[in-house]
Design a binder for this molecule. Structure first.
Ligand code: AQP
Length: 342
C-alpha cells in the first residue's frame, strides 16, 4: 500500500488554514493509504517554545487529529521526539544536503527575518529534519499545503542524491499531494499573507477551538471590500478567478474560497448563490458554515485535552508502531553508509 507521512507543528493557535490545508485532507486519505501523522515537536523548537506550552500544544494537535476524524487504530499518530530515528536520519541528511540547496529555502528567509545571524541552526536545518521525517518511513506521498512545496522538493533532492551517492535505491522519490479547495488560506486581516499561527493578531485567524462568538467577531472584522460579489462568469475553465482579478480583491476571494471549502462546494456555486450581494450579508452565511464545521471539532478537542489520558495513550501506542517501521529503515541506512555496529 502507498504510504503517507505528514505532520503539524505544536506551536499553538491551530487555525483554519491548518485544518483546510492539512488536517481535513489527512482524514480522507486514510481510505486509500497507510497513513502516519506526526506532531512535529522537534520542528517546533527551531523557534523558542515555552516547555509547558509545548506539552499542551502537542496534546492539542493530537486532539485536533482525533476530533477531525483520524482513526488512531488505522493510522499511526505520534509525536516526533518519541522516535529517535528522525534525529538520527536528519544528521545523515545534513551531510547529504548541500549548502546551496539550503540557502534557497524561502521559509528560512521569511522566518529568520532581518537578523539572520540570530536564527537557530535548527531553523536553518529544518528541511533536512523534514526529509528525515518522511524518508524514515519511505513515504511515497506527502499531503502538504502549497507553502511546504519547496521543502518537499528538497526531500526529493536528498533522496535522489543519497541513492546516487551510495549506488542503491534506498529511498523513494516522494510525491507531494497538494489538493483540496483551500491549499492556501490567507490572513483575515491581510489577503497577501497566509493565515498563520505566529501572526501577532488574533483577528488574522480563526482557530480550531474558537467558539461561535469568537468566529462571528473575527469574520465580522475580517477585511473585505465594498464591491459586490461577482457572478460565476468571472471564473476560468479551471474554476478559478483570473489571477489579476484575484490579486485586485485578495481578501474578498479569500473569504469566498474559505466558504467554498467549508461548505464543500465549488467556488462557482458560491458565486452563483451570492452574486450581487455585499460582504455584510455574505459574512453572516460564512459565520454559519464556519461554526457548523468547527464547532463540534473544537468541543471534542476541548474534551480530549481536559482529560488527556486518551491522547497520551494514542501518542504512546503510535510511537511504538512508528518505531517498528522506522528502525529497520535506519539500520539499512547505517549499513549502506558504513556505520559499524559490531
Ligand atoms: N494558511 C494555510 N493555508 C493552507 N494550509 C496551511 N498550512 C499552514 N498554514 C496554511 C498547512 O498546515 C500544515 C501544518 O503546518 P505547520 O504546523 O507545519 O506550520 P506552518 O506550515 O509553518 O504554518 P503555520 O501554521 O502558519 O505556522 P507559522 O506561523 O509558524 O508559520 C502544513 O501542511 C501546512 O502546509
Amino acid at each position: 500500500m502507498k504510504r503517507i507521512f505528514s505532520g503539524v507543528q505544536p506551536t499553538g493557535n491551530l487555525h483554519l488554514g491548518n485544518y483546510l490545508g492539512a488536517i481535513r485532507n489527512f482524514v480522507g486519505l486514510q481510505a486509500d493509504y497507510d497513513c502516519i501523522y506526526c506532531v512535529v515537536d522537534m520542528h517546533a523548537i527551531t523557534v523558542w517554545q515555552d516547555p509547558k506550552e509545548l506539552v499542551a500544544n502537542t496534546r492539542e494537535v493530537t486532539a485536533a487529529y482525533l476530533a477531525a476524524g483520524i482513526d488512531p487504530k488505522k493510522s499511526i499518530i505520534f509525536n516526533q521526539s518519541q522516535v529517535s530515528a528522525h534525529a538520527e536520519l536528519a544528521w545523515i541528511f545534513n551531510c547529504v544536503a548541500r549548502l546551496g540547496w539550503m540557502n534557497r529555502m524561502t521559509q528560512f528567509k521569511e522566518k529568520a527575518g532581518k537578523h539572520r545571524e540570530n536564527a537557530s541552526v535548527g531553523l536553518y536545518a529544518y528541511p533536512t529534519l523534514m526529509a528525515a521525517d518522511i524518508l524514515a518511513y519511505k513515504a511515497s506521498h506527502v499531503p502538504v499545503g502549497e507553502d511546504q512545496k519547496q521543502h518537499l522538493e528538497l526531500t526529493r533532492d536528498i533522496a535522489i542524491k543519497f541513492n546516487g551517492d551510495f549506488g542503491r535505491e534506498v529511498f523513494p522519490v516522494t510525491e507531494p499531494l497538494i489538493f483540496g479547495s483551500a491549499t492556501r488560506v490567507m490572513s483575515l486581516r491581510d489577503g497577501s499573507k497566509k493565515m498563520s499561527k505566529s501572526d501577532p493578531s488574533d483577528y488574522s485567524r480563526i482557530t480550531m477551538t474558537d467558539d461561535a462568538d469568537a468566529v462571528a467577531k473575527k469574520i465580522r472584522k475580517a477585511t473585505s471590500d465594498s464591491e459586490l460579489i461577482p457572478g460565476p462568469e468571472i471564473l476560468g475553465d479551471d474554476g478559478k478567478p483570473d489571477e489579476e482579478l484575484r490579486r485586485a480583491r485578495p481578501e474578498a476571494f479569500n473569504l469566498l474560497t474559505i466558504y467554498a471549502a467549508l461548505a464543500d462546494v465549488e467556488l462557482g456555486e458560491v458565486l452563483r448563490d451570492f452574486e450581487g450581494k455585499g460582504f455584510a450579508d455574505f459574512k453572516k452565511a460564512l459565520t454559519e458554515v464556519a461554526v457548523e464545521n468547527l464547532g463540534p471539532i473544537g468541543s471534542e478537542m476541548k474534551r480530549l485535552t481536559d482529560a488527556p489520558d486518551h491522547v497520551d495513550d494514542v501518542l504512546r501506542d503510535g510511537a511504538a508502531r512508528a518505531r517498528e517501521v522506522a528502525e529497520p529503515v535506519l539500520r539499512e541506512v547505517y549499513d549502506v553508509v558504513g556505520f559499524l555496529r559490531p
